[in-house]
Design a protein around this ligand. Structure first.
Ligand SMILES: [Zn+2]
Length: 374
């Protein structure tokens, strides 16, 4: 074994240089996370909340004000005598995100959203051809909205159907014609802006967690063209071994067959519950109430073991209220209670965020990806 050499000492010098920037990034994220959740406060209060020194806090706030992420917002009313404390906060109204929702049955939707989740400019294009054509359409939609955003844009957040890995590669999304396609990287290269791509139901679950006030562990079931879900446990999105947590649409429900599914099998949850499946059965003459009760019962059967395993506080449905409110919700809840033990108090409700849930979730993707806000 040799003595420590110049290489070793230059290694530790490099570490010494890297470590403070790592700490600084961590502290910066802590400051931004605290401001995001608690709202405007003085530098002194911010130091107290974060546990950082006042010098460090002022230094970081100075840097964040200079970069336009944080703004000073006047002084606190009714403050103690002496020099009044200046309040600082994230620049919630001027910082923008472009959100893109690829989950709608008929069109690709996009919007400019501020950090408070308020939706501004909107754009949409008809659902295009799949594969390269679909990516071109997403690029065009995002470029259009980036051009119209005004203010400072953090980047683009995309909610895509299908299985999406942590690096934004779409492993499989038949509705988009993408398979092992690095959509996040391709869009970054084309747009020259930060882009984050995640599964649409996961993005919706993030919106519900951060902007919708969901408490505790929950599962958000997104019902539209297909059926997917996002699971939040211990405050975090559960990704799973394949990035496919919540892909319940093609789980067979029951042993009695059922409608033929687009995947070629019979009785998948999607073949009972997707909006298209329900609309087709109703158009063929079935009683709408019975169709929705059947869908709710199959949802309850599919979710009972999930509830038993994960001990969720809530199950939140996201999709058109005219289909999901009433018989679907009620029957799902009854079925869950029948089939689980000690979960009588589980809540099953409709998301209050309506059609914009994925667009608003894009804000959460960018807050985390670009600013480290958790
Ligand atoms: Zn299926």
């Amino acid at each position: 074994m040799s003595e420590p050499t110049a290489a070793a000492s230059s290694g530790s010098a490099r570490r010494a240089k890297v470590l403070p920037e790592g700490v600084r990034a961590h502290n910066r994220a802590l400051v931004l996370t605290t401001l995001f959740h608690a709202g405007a406060m003085s530098r002194a209060d911010l130091a107290r909340e974060t546990g950082l020194t006042r010098v460090t806090t002022s230094d970081l706030v100075g840097e964040l004000v200079a970069s336009g992420v944080v703004v000073e917002q006047g002084t606190r009313p009714g403050a103690r005598p002496g020099k009044p404390a200046v309040l600082v906060d994230l620049d919630r109204a001027s910082l923008k995100v472009v959100g893109i929702d690829l989950s709608d049955a008929h069109e690709l939707r996009g919007a400019v959203i501020d950090l408070a989740g308020v939706v501004g400019e909107r754009a949409a294009v008809p659902r295009p051809a799949t594969g390269d054509g679909a990516l071109d359409a997403v690029e065009g939609l995002a470029a259009d909205l980036l051009g119209r955003a005004g203010g400072r844009v953090l980047g683009v957040g995309v909610g895509s159907p299908g299985i999406v890995t942590a690096d934004g590669t779409v492993a499989t999304a038949p509705n988009m014609g993408w398979s092992d396609r690095p959509v996040q990287r391709e869009l970054r290269d084309r747009l020259g802006a930060p882009v984050y791509v995640a599964n649409d139901a996961d993005v919706a679950a993030l919106a519900e967690r951060t902007l919708g006030g969901a408490a505790g562990d929950f599962m958000l079931v997104k019902v539209g063209l297909g059926v997917g879900a996002g699971v939040v446990a211990a405050g975090d999105l559960v990704r799973g071994a394949r990035g496919a947590t919540g892909e319940i649409g093609h789980v067979t429900v029951g042993t009695d067959g059922g409608p033929r599914c687009a995947c070629g099998r019979d009785g998948c949850l999607e073949s009972w519950l997707s909006i298209r499946a329900m609309e087709e059965r109703i158009a063929a003459g079935a009683d709408p109430r019975a169709v929705r009760r059947d869908a709710g019962e199959r949802l309850g059967i599919a979710l009972a073991p999930v509830l038993g395993v994960l001990d969720l506080a809530e199950i939140i449905l996201s999709g058109p209220a005219e289909h999901l409110d009433g018989p679907v919700l009620d029957t799902a809840l009854d079925t869950l209670r029948e089939r689980t033990f000690r979960h009588d108090d589980v809540r099953v409700r409709l998301s209050a965020q309506g059609e914009d849930v994925v667009l608003r979730g894009a804000v959460v993707l960018l807050l985390h990806g670009e600013l480290g806000v958790t």
